[in-house]
Every structure is written in C-alpha cells, then in structure tokens.
Design a protein around this ligand. Structure first.
Ligand code: 5GP
Length: 214
C-alpha cells in the first residue's frame, strides 16, 4: 500500500500577486514538486506554452468538457473560462510528492470541498499600489483589463481568512523560500492519522533520506 499520496498545495491570491512565478520557482527548487496544468479559453500570452502553462481550449471544447464532467471545478474570470481537469489532477496526486494548483479564490473554495487535506496558501503583493504596478508592468493587458483585474483583486483580498497560510510576495525568491518552508513543515510534520501504521511499517526508519523527499 502506498504509505503516502501527494500533497496538494493550492496557491491563490489576486491575479498579479506573482503566484505563477512562485509556483515555477518552487518546481525548480524542490524535488518531486509539479504543477497541475489547468484549462482556459483565454489566448496564450507571449511565452506561454500549451500543455505547460495551460491547456488552451476553444469555448466549444471547454463547454464539451463541462458537459462531460471533466472539471473538478470551473469558473469565469474576467470574461474567460478556467477549469481544473479532474482526472489529470488525481493522477498527478497518485504519483506522490507535492502538486501545486494555482487558481483564483472561488476555485480554491471548491477544491477545499473535494480535498479538505490540501493546504491553502494565499499570496499577496505587499501593497495595492505594487499590485497595480505589476499588472500595468506586465504590459499584456489593456488599461480597462488592468482596472477590471484590480477590482477583482480587491474582492479576492477579502477572502484571505479562508486560507491556512499567507505568503507576502515582496520578492519572488524570498516568497518562494517562505512557501517552501510552509510545505516542508506540513509535509513532514502534520499529523494525518496514518502515523501509527507508518511507524509500524518502518516508514520512518530511513527518515534521513525519506525526509528529503517529503
Ligand atoms: P490568468 O489569466 O492571469 O492566467 O488567470 C486568471 C486567474 O484564473 C488567476 O487567478 C489564475 O490563478 C486563475 N486560474 C487559472 N486556472 C484556473 C482554474 O482551473 N480554476 C480556477 N478557478 N481559476 C484558475
């Protein structure tokens, strides 16, 4: 029997908080850590790759997958559809390690229902002004789009109380280290109820090497 399945880490917070960048850095930094790829009907930004950053789908294909119940959750954000493929996420978790899911707050709330043991991390830019600078600086959105995203961001901030941990993204490297510290603590030390079985089965015998994989 697998003694441990993957740990789902949901990263949420206002668009422009830097959560995708932090997720990418964590994947580079931490062994056995992967990103769950979600689906969207928005167009790829410069540099974004289908199947790596998102599954970029037509509205018709997205609708087909909704009808087929292929999404764990889906939502509309700024006029576009976004959804988490159910089977892909489950397969990813079955491989063990850490799976990062980067989604907005309504999606995170739904995921909490299906995966109550996941950890929920809220990423924030230090100030509203810095958030605006980042959204403008990205240069990929029109002014109206930036204003809409800022309005959404203010609402998203109100939901921080639903999360387990806060990571302030003043600097992406520091924020990634903070996130890594949270994950390490939970992965190694959270009591899940399997401890006696694991202890008896010798799970902790090679802890020096195993802990490095946790
Ligand atoms: P963006 O267009 O900036 O890539 O994404 C817009 C927002 O949608 C971000 O907050 C992003 O994290 C979120 N998002 C991406 N994929 C999903 C998903 O599958 N479900 C939900 N609920 N939100 C998502």
């Amino acid at each position: 029997m697998p003694l441990k399945k993957g740990l789902l880490v949901v990263l949420s917070g206002p668009a422009g908080s830097g959560k995708s960048t932090i997720a990418e850095r964590l994947v580079e930094m931490r062994p056995n850590t992967r990103r769950a790829v979600t689906a969207t009907t928005r167009s790829p930004r410069d540099g974004e790759v289908d199947g790596r950053d998102y599954h970029f789908l037509s509205a018709e294909e997205f609708r087909r997958r909704i009808d087929n119940e292929e999404f764990l959750e889906y939502t509309t954000f700024n006029g576009r559809c976004y959804g988490t493929p159910r089977r892909e996420l489950e397969e990813n978790l079955a491989r063990g390690g850490v799976v990062l899911l980067v989604i907005e707050v309504d999606g995170a709330e739904s995921v909490k229902f299906f995966f109550p043991d996941a950890i929920f991390v809220f990423i924030v830019p230090p100030t509203p002004e810095i958030l605006r600078e980042r959204l403008v600086g990205r240069g990929t959105e029109s002014e109206a789009d930036v204003e809409r995203r800022l309005a959404i961001a203010r609402n998203e901030m109100q939901r921080v109380g639903e999360y387990d941990f806060l990571v302030v993204n003043a600097d992406p490297h520091m924020a990634t280290l903070d996130l890594a510290a949270v994950i390490r603590t939970v992965a190694r030390s959270r009591i899940t109820g399997d401890e006696v079985a694991r202890w008896n089965a010798g799970y902790y015998a090679d802890w020096r090497t195993r802990a490095a994989e946790e």
